[in-house]
Design a protein around this ligand. Structure first.
Ligand SMILES: Cc1ncc(COP(=O)(O)O)c(C=O)c1O
Length: 385
């Protein structure tokens, strides 16, 4: 085997144990398969408790949860929904599903999340023009909560409801409060690359139990209680299956361990790379605790001699998966007609950013392989040499 080669190291693979397997098989053997059942009910209760909200609806994706959140807030075709430009496409797509117009807001340097000051200014301006957004979707990026003190204050002032897209941040806290609990509605994802996974899945959370009940109704084809299935509105097939909820319950019970492991991985990357001139890490704000879902670095090509693309391609030659930081939504061709409020910070994070393998299954030896391979990127200058 040539130097640096070995089994593939993935960015953020699932972390499964005998517990998930046992729960899945128990659910299977119980024959609660089609598709709801007691595991879904228990998973919803446990999720709500963990996030500290009244209720949770288990769904088949985070994207479905975002879509339903906007329906519940009665967002429609003539509305604007403002959101973070630095996010995964699902956040913006949900806005399009309901026919509304997304407006993108730039990031702050402190957390890479939505810039609260920019938001406040834009809300003030929109209010003067009687053009306030119908809702705001705030994204908690890469395992870290946005600055909710400022964001919720600004939105409260202008009466704009907040959806918290905590798809990437389950397990994080902000001022001791869990991610997913900040908006009128919170959204989680259990997609295969997330800190915990049900292979595919998501949840919609709220303190408003009636809202969550309505989400369940819409997510199960909006069937009215009649033997012949009466439908008064358009429904969706968005519920999580009982089998996958069983996996989710076992994963949730291990969530604290996943967070600790990902934070350890982040600490080790920092120890190995932070001193190198030209490498900066996604900062952790002092008022929160990140899960470090993905460890992200910014590479200064002038200082370092290489940029993220060369580093990523070099890691690939060592069979290591790394990824660019999200391409901002305002730069995506599909959103070319949408308005952006500034955008230069997110653009810079995209140009210089790289996400390193961060999964909780990553062993110390594998992480060392990543670090060694990264530092051996051709033309990479260490310590400004
Ligand atoms: C910020 C963000 N929002 C929404 C989603 C969508 O979640 P899902 O893949 O479960 O639909 C994801 C990830 O997949 C995400 O990273």
């Amino acid at each position: 085997m040539s130097r640096g080669q070995g089994p593939r190291i993935y960015l953020s693979p699932p972390d499964m144990s005998d517990q998930e397997r046992a729960r899945l098989l128990d659910a299977f053997d119980s024959n609660w398969i089609a598709p709801l059942g007691p595991e879904v009910d228990a998973f919803e209760r446990e999720l709500a408790k963990r996030v500290g909200v009244h209720d949770a609806a288990a769904l088949n994706s985070g994207t479905a949860a975002l879509h339903l959140a906007l329906i519940l807030l009665e967002v429609g075709a003539d509305d604007e929904v403002w959101t973070s430009t630095l996010t995964f496409a699902a956040t913006a797509n949900a806005i399009r599903y309901v026919g509304a117009t997304p407006v993108f807001i730039d990031s702050e340097r402190e957390t890479w999340n939505m810039d609260p000051e920019l938001l406040r200014e834009a809300l003030r301006d929109a209010s003067q023009r009687s053009a306030l957004p119908k809702a705001l979707i705030v994204v908690d990026l890469y395992g870290q909560c946005a600055n909710y003190d400022s964001i919720l204050e600004a939105c409260g002032e202008y009466g704009v409801p907040v959806v918290e897209d905590a798809a990437e941040a389950l397990g994080a806290t902000y001022r001791g409060k869990p991610a997913g609990s900040f908006g009128a509605i919170g959204v989680l994802s259990f997609n295969g690359n997330k800190i915990m996974t049900t292979s595919g899945g998501g949840a919609l959370l709220s303190n408003d139990a009636a809202l969550v009940e309505r989400a369940r109704h819409l997510a199960s084809q909006a069937k009215q209680p009649a033997a012949h299935y009466e439908h008064e509105e358009v429904g969706y097939n968005y519920r999580l299956s009982n089998l996958l909820a069983a996996v989710g319950r076992a994963q949730l019970a291990r969530l604290d361990g996943f967070v600790e492991r990902r934070r350890d991985i982040n600490r080790r990357y920092r120890e190995a790379l932070e001193a190198v001139d030209g490498i900066d890490f996604l900062p952790e704000a002092p008022n929160g605790r990140s899960t470090c879902w993905l460890t992200c670095v910014l590479l200064d090509e002038d200082q370092l001699g290489v940029g993220p693309s060369e580093a990523r391609q070099h890691l690939e030659t060592h069979n290591i998966e790394a990824r660019p930081v999200w391409k901002p939504m305002h730069l995506q061709p599909v959103n070319r007609s949408c308005r952006v409020i500034r955008g230069a910070v997110a653009e810079d994070l995209f140009v210089r950013g790289l996400c390193l393998p961060s999964g909780s299954t990553l062993s110390d030896e594998e992480q060392q392989r990543v670090i060694d391979a990264f530092l051996e990127t051709p033309r990479l200058r260490r310590d400004g040499q």
